[in-house]
Design a protein around this ligand. Structure first.
Ligand SMILES: C[S@@+](CC[C@H](N)C(=O)[O-])C[C@H]1O[C@@H](n2cnc3c(N)ncnc32)[C@H](O)[C@@H]1O
Length: 273
């Protein structure tokens, strides 16, 4: 069921000035720029990008302005109001009102990404659906990059990121308070989401068919800067993480048995939720 707390102009306006979301976008941009430079993409034709749960289309529009004809972008979101906003002044981006469960396309995409959408999967089926949708719409060798809640994050009840405080709820849930830019004591929007553990994410990714799963901690500082490369940050203090998964170029027996890829600063010490 759609969480309607975002389906309004208040949320869209909030995100427009938001340092935390700017840091999420900076992290995504860094990942996308690395991929766009990757030689396996055919530079003759535009790189096809799908924004799953694109909200008001803010980041899709930013990408289009940055990469121009090098990219062809589609974004979808089930929130009617947000897609209406997205469609304004965006004739060069294809915005569609749909959910991960209902989105259909004859295209396959080189890159699918999502920003803070996976936590709004209410149950395991819905989480599986999101990964399956991403996998189903990606070309072989393509990537699914997602910014989501760090499974190892422990809310302090304080402002753990600019304009955000978090509360731990029962049953693996988390409350996000989007705090006013003018008055940090005022909550502009409140959302309850699922604080998924590492295991359910990786199960859903593997069930969908992804075989290479990389976790990159995302440290959103008081300035909203993205310092994901920082060494030694305390895992439990990082609200966010970047997940990068690849669809195998060829499905082989070897790949089916492969372990998920992990690097030294990928958050592999994260507790499973
Ligand atoms: C926190 S907002 C993030 C919006 C946008 N990605 C951004 O960066 O501003 C979460 C979004 O997930 C969308 N969403 C919720 N359930 C979804 C689903 N099943 N499929 C696709 N999007 C979904 C909501 O409509 C909402 O726009």
């Amino acid at each position: 069921m759609l969480n309607n707390c975002f389906d309004n102009t208040v949320y869209s306006e909030f995100i427009g000035q938001d340092k935390t979301r700017a840091a999420h976008y900076a992290a995504l941009l860094r990942e996308l720029e690395t991929l766009v430079k990757d030689s396996h993409f055919n530079t003759e034709s535009p790189i096809k990008i799908l924004d799953m749960g694109c909200g008001d289309g803010r980041f899709a529009k930013f990408l289009k302005a940055r990469f121009g004809d090098k990219v062809a972008i589609t974004g979808f979101d089930p929130a009617h109001k947000l897609i209406e906003i997205a469609k304004q002044s965006a004739s060069d981006i294809n915005f569609i009102e749909a959910s991960a469960q209902s989105f259909q396309s004859n295209e396959t995409y080189d890159i699918v990404f999502s920003t803070l959408v996976l936590p709004y999967a209410e149950n395991t089926q819905s989480l599986n659906d999101m990964f399956a949708a991403a996998h189903g719409h990606i070309a072989k060798g393509g990537h699914f990059i997602s910014v989501t809640f760090n499974p190892g994050f422990i809310p302090t009840g304080q402002q753990d990121a600019p304009n955000r405080s978090f509360e731990r709820l029962a049953n693996h849930r988390i409350r996000i308070n989007f705090l006013s830019h003018d008055d940090p004591n005022k909550i502009e929007v409140r959302a309850d989401a699922r604080h998924w553990g590492k295991k359910p994410y990786e199960m859903a990714a593997r069930n969908a068919g992804f075989r290479s799963i990389n976790w990159k901690l995302l440290d959103v500082t008081a300035n909203g800067s993205d310092t994901a490369e920082t060494h030694g940050i305390v895992t439990s203090r990082c609200p966010y993480i970047v997940l990068d998964m690849q669809k195998p170029r060829e499905i082989s027996k070897g790949l089916l048995g492969a372990h998920t890829a992990r690097t030294a600063r990928d958050g592999s010490d994260i507790e499973l939720g």
